[in-house]
Design a protein around this ligand. Structure first.
Ligand code: GTR
Length: 412
């Protein structure tokens, strides 16, 4: 059972010899066999797969393999958002899973006015249903999925000010989203969503995909679909998630090179913030309060952080050489932005090894006007005077950064 903290009677004790203690961050540019990583090929072909294996086995659980699906457009609204966008609601039905396995309901708004060429897209994971992300009266409301905020179930636009979909559309980007409970409810129960269908007998109980891995899997199936959408640019697929969903998008981008830009917004512990010397949310606390987010193996590290054979810099390093924008609020008591900036510093050598700029200067900016050519690299922390939330000012920074740093448009 994923999320079980107690070893059942008869389970052998953890062999701590395999997890030597180190208060220093484990080295990124060294293979398991001790050889130094010297070339981009050493990194991409050898070290990256080693780290992907490690973070899945010990933290997130193994990401299930992709599944084929049929994509059915269940609704098409050419004049959504007061005529600014075309809304496409697409249902992803997994053809090799039993028919009772849930579908993923992807909502996609494509700007009706945009620069020539293929359109970049932001894909997000939402808390409480697609109708909650905008006040657009045309989005279908679903009430059959779990949401911890009961007042949002069946309600429209509860988080419209947070997702700022119109702002994204006005800037010429498409916006896509799915409700996390399509894949897994945010609770320590394992009978709903896709877990019953995606768990594998080949994987040890302690490394079954936990909630964050299942959410990430759903995002990557949405990417499968977005990459096929004729108007969208498959080279400019961006992922954004907040907090627990920030942890999720970081893991998804670490596992899949199709993501051009990832924005783990205020992702904190288990996301961009290092677990070692984390004086805000400890691994012990996150495992205790949210036992379903990470796999069973991760439980042993609560109070034993120096024994984690990697740290969050290893997760973030897997995004190299792509774009990683770490957005933080300086009044956010959860996300530990100083320890997230340390992660950026620790991974910078990987971008440099791959011939990229990585960090420019300290890597920290505190205003969106600082996003200028030559002033920012593929790695950046944008820290605004905000709390634990997403605002239009963050979106302005994110979209300015995307305009500047994403590859130029592919011709239609
Ligand atoms: C907190 C949790 C954080 C963060 C946050 C959120 O309670 O401890 O790690 O994920 O929730 O998702 O808003």
């Amino acid at each position: 059972q994923v999320g079980t903290q107690e070893a059942s009677p008869g389970t052998p004790a953890i062999n701590w010899d395999a997890y030597p203690e180190s208060t220093a961050l484990p080295e990124l540019l060294k293979l398991k066999n001790g050889t130094t990583v010297k070339t981009p090929e050493d990194w991409m072909k050898r070290r990256r797969p080693e780290l992907q294996e490690l973070i899945q086995r010990e933290m997130f659980g193994y990401l299930p393999a992709a599944q084929p699906f049929t994509a059915t457009v269940t609704k098409m609204v050419p004049d959504a958002l007061a005529g600014k966008a075309t809304l496409k609601e697409i249902s992803l039905n997994f053809t090799q899973l039993p028919p009772e396995a849930p579908e993923i309901r992807l909502a996609l708004w494509i700007p009706n006015r945009h620069p020539a060429g293929k359109i970049p897209v932001f894909l997000t994971l939402n808390y409480c249903g697609n109708a909650n992300v905008t006040t657009d009266p045309q989005t279908t409301i679903h009430t059959d999925r779990y949401c911890s905020k009961k007042e949002w179930i069946g309600q429209r636009g509860g988080q419209a000010d947070f997702w700022c979909v119109e702002q994204v559309i006005d800037r010429g980007y498409a916006f896509a989203t799915y409700h996390e409970s399509d894949t897994k409810a945010d609770k320590n129960e394992w009978t709903d969503g896709l877990f019953p269908y995606l768990k594998s007998d080949q994987v040890p109980a302690g490394s079954q995909p936990a909630t964050i891995a299942l959410w990430a899997w759903g995002l990557l199936r949405c990417v499968d679909q977005l990459a096929q959408e004729p108007q969208l640019d498959p080279r400019r697929i961006c992922l954004l998630g907040h907090s627990r969903r920030g942890k999720t998008v970081l893991f998804a981008a670490a596992m899949d090179e199709r993501i051009a830009l990832v924005v783990p917004h205020q992702s904190g512990t288990g996301g961009m913030a290092l677990s070692r010397e984390n004086n805000q949310e400890t691994v012990e606390r996150i495992n205790r309060v949210f036992p379903h987010w990470f796999c069973g193996e991760f439980k042993k590290f609560g109070g034993n952080e120096p024994r984690i054979p990697f740290d969050q810099h290893a997760v973030a390093s897997l995004v190299a050489p792509r774009l990683l924008l770490d957005t933080e609020g300086d009044q956010d008591a959860w996300a530990n932005f100083p320890r997230s900036l340390e992660t950026l510093k620790a991974i910078d050598p990987v971008w440099k090894l791959l011939g990229k700029t990585g960090l420019v200067g300290s890597g920290l900016i505190t205003s969106v006007t600082e996003i200028q050519p030559g002033k920012v690299g593929e790695l950046l922390q944008l820290r605004l005077p905000e709390k634990h939330t997403l605002t239009n000012e963050f979106w302005t920074g994110i979209l300015n950064y995307a305009d500047l740093m994403l590859p130029k448009s592919t011709t239609p």
